[in-house]
Write a protein that binds this ligand. Structure first.
Ligand code: CTP
Length: 413
């Protein structure tokens, strides 16, 4: 099977109503010259400065300008469009649009897309220098920056209104370069295939009962999403959970440890990295009763036998072995136990966290201690999507350095 080739970066270019909109056809061309696909979304104000026809001609795609366009919504709904984008670049971003974003308004297609997307947001302000200096604008910009938006510019110089100062939109070539280079830097797994297992497993006892655990799947799903955002092709193999899989990943639903074991090994063809984030049962029933087990005496004994150790089996592969990352849920002596698990299971890396007493399972935040041969890194407590992003960056770094022998020590002392 051929390796997946990295696809083009998809830029959703939002054009708002400022005079700098006249530079947008050039911006679209600069982005496309660098290999990006561009979908333009304009506000009503933007169409006072430039026509949709011009932007359609240079982008090669019909321009979107309304939430209420039935034909366009049927072809690609606004939520799909928000998911399609690898990044949203708003250029020019007017003072009014920045204020709107700061307040989380969704009163038009572009502002709705900015709220609905999980992709990084790049804003290129363009306005009169007094408007840029106004404390209201400064506060909106600070707020948006705090929430993770990247502000590109503005530049300084002569303005269309005849004044001179900061407020000019950066030049198209510079904007295209800044956006795409920052975005590529985030895509540390472009061209890689990653298999992630997540959630609990269920080991059936009879037709109505099973043994399971409290894993919510949140960490594994966040890891799958972070790997997707880093440019990887992702297969997510999951036990039963109450959350939806991230879009853009291949999803395989399983129930038992045995099914997960088989699904993971099937998904591993051509995989570069396996991340075992599932809370797999250690034991399964020796035999599953065909009928509901009746209560016949005061006590009962279940006979359990070992379930397959998926992580260890992947790490033991003789051919096609991927880089293997395990998780370790520990209630005490976290570093010692996790290091022992790394060695025992022959994994390449292990991400350990403390569980129990309200920690770890079914929570939105967590912290991790990541260990590998010759290295360690602590990722301080933060929400799981952020934790997953940092973990994926670290995995890419260590995996990359191990493929270039001799550089591991240089990466982490
Ligand atoms: N794991 C697995 N298959 C199993 C059990 C665990 O693949 N049957 C994987 C988990 O997905 C995780 C890692 O092994 O990546 C460690 O899981 P953990 O429950 O912490 O370790 P155990 O092997 O179960 O060891 P113990 O319960 O003794 O701590």
């Amino acid at each position: 099977m051929d390796k997946p080739r990295p696809r083009s970066l998809r830029i959703l270019l939002g054009v708002t109503g400022g005079i700098a909109a006249y530079k947008c056809p050039d911006l679209v061309r600069r982005l496309r010259e660098r290999g990006a696909e561009v979908q333009v979304v304009m506000t009503a104000g933007a169409s006072r400065f430039i026509t949709a026809l011009t932007l359609q001609a240079v982008s090669g795609r019909p321009v979107r300008d309304s939430l209420w366009d039935e034909a366009a919504e049927a072809a690609m709904g606004h939520i799909e469009l928000a998911r399609w984008a690898d990044a949203v670049l708003v250029a020019p971003a007017t003072a009014d649009f920045l204020a709107k974003l700061g307040h989380g308004r969704a009163d038009g297609l572009l502002s709705t897309l900015c709220l609905a997307t999980a992709a990084p947001l790049y804003l290129a302000p363009a306005m009169n220098q007094q408007m840029w200096a106004n404390p209201a604008t400064a506060a909106n910009v600070a707020l948006l920056r705090d929430r993770g938006a990247t502000i590109l510019g503005p530049g300084e110089g002569d303005q269309a209104c005849g004044e001179t100062g900061p407020g000019r939109m950066l030049e198209p070539d510079q904007l295209a370069e800044l956006t795409l280079s920052r975005l590529s830097a985030k895509r540390v797994l472009a061209g890689r295939k990653v298999v992630v297992s997540a959630g609990p497993t269920r080991e059936r006892l009879d037709p109505v009962r099973f043994i399971s655990n409290r894993s919510s799947g949140k960490m594994g799903y966040a890891v799958a999403q972070a790997a997707r955002d880093a440019g990887a092709t992702v297969v997510l193999v999951s036990g039963p959970v109450g959350i939806s899989p991230p879009s853009g990943v291949e999803f395989v639903a399983v129930e038992s440890a045995q099914q997960m074991h088989e699904a993971v090994h099937r998904a591993l063809a051509d995989a570069d990295i396996y991340i075992g984030a599932a809370a797999v049962a250690d034991y399964q029933a020796r035999a599953i009763a065909a009928q509901k087990i009746k209560k016949s005496s005061d006590s009962m004994q279940l006979e359990l036998v070992k379930a397959p150790d998926i992580l260890a089996s992947v790490a033991a592969l003789k051919s096609g072995r991927p880089f293997v990352v395990g998780f370790a849920a520990e209630t005490e002596n976290i570093e010692e136990n996790a290091r022992a698990k790394l060695v025992r299971k022959r994994a390449d890396m292990i991400a350990a966290n403390l569980v129990g007493d309200g920690l770890g399972f079914d929570r939105d935040d967590n912290s991790l201690l990541v260990l590998w041969a010759g290295g360690r890194e602590e990722i301080a407590s933060c929400v799981k999507p952020e934790l997953a992003r940092r973990l994926v960056t670290l995995i890419a770094e260590v995996h990359g350095s191990q493929r270039r022998p001799g550089t591991v020590a240089a990466v982490r002392g």
